[in-house]
Design a protein around this ligand. Structure first.
Ligand SMILES: [Zn+2]
Length: 268
């Protein structure tokens, strides 16, 4: 069985015991590594501690998740300074992006949502990524993805991973042409929108993820989200692409390793 990498997980959001157990189970679940993303400074520090526990399995991304209150100027400066100091222990800047769901919620409650400060926030991180020459992990769906595509072009960033992406046909076309990557979660098993996306997006620009501990529905209902679930995602991608599971698994693994610069484990 070909191993796989969970390309997006919030490992620091599991309890310490659950994270330790999860890491110990990876080998038997044929999961080679995790890309562990962060949400704010404390989350970055926690992710770095997890990386130290399992340095061959955990690869860290440091950033500020957009679906939360804005940081104060001091908090942002502290975070950016910390990331610069710890950049040798990270493979990417993330999770960063735009607050689609928060904005939707505010607007449907009849409130005005100021997007401009969030655009300024993501630009601080895009500048940092360009400066450190690191890829970016993005939370940007639907029309927000177009705004982020413009910003990536503005800052000359070519290595971009839009995790759990959803968007219009024209956005998808633009992202494929720009060479951006997306990752597919377990909802590909039961969401037609995601199945259509998989049929269209080139296998050479796909990765798989759980976004754990985020819970899933369908056959995963009631289960604690675990990296082992990515094998069900790989099987679905193989089916939708008309590939063997081995072929799909091989492509997805090599895409992820190449994108994040993860060395192949020596098997001897
Ligand atoms: Zn996430």
């Amino acid at each position: 069985m070909i191993k796989a990498i969970d390309a997006h997980i919030h490992l620091d959001m599991y309890t310490e015991t659950a994270a330790r157990t999860l890491l110990a189970e990876l080998a038997e679940c044929h999961v080679e590594a995790l890309i562990a993303v962060s949400r704010h400074l404390d989350s970055c520090k926690a992710t770095e501690r997890l990386l130290m526990q399992a340095p061959e399995q955990v690869f860290a991304a440091y950033g500020y998740h957009p679906e939360q209150e804005l940081p104060t100027e001091n908090q942002l400066n502290d975070l950016i300074e910390w990331i610069r100091e710890h950049s040798s222990s990270m493979v990417a800047v993330g999770e960063i992006g735009l607050p689609y769901y928060m904005r939707l919620e505010a607007e449907s409650a009849g409130l005005v949502f100021e997007l401009a400060p969030y655009i300024a926030l993501i630009e601080s991180f895009l500048k940092l990524a360009a400066d450190l020459d690191k890829p970016v992990v993005l939370h940007a769906v639907y029309e927000d993805a177009d705004v982020v595509c413009d910003l990536l072009e503005k800052h000359g960033i070519k290595k971009a991973h839009f995790h759990w992406f959803k968007g219009s046909h024209s956005t998808v076309k633009r992202m494929i042409q720009a060479g951006y990557y997306i990752s597919i979660t377990p909802d590909v098993v039961y969401e037609e929108e995601i199945r259509t996306l998989v049929r269209v997006y080139p296998i050479t620009q796909l990765m798989v993820e759980t976004d754990g501990p985020w819970p899933f529905e369908g056959p995963f209902e009631g289960q604690q989200t675990h990296p082992r679930m990515i094998h069900a995602v790989i099987e679905q991608i193989a089916l939708l692409k008309g590939l063997s599971v081995e072929e799909a698994a091989h492509s997805l693994l090599s895409n992820t390793k190449q994108f994040y610069g993860i060395p192949s484990l020596r098997l001897f």
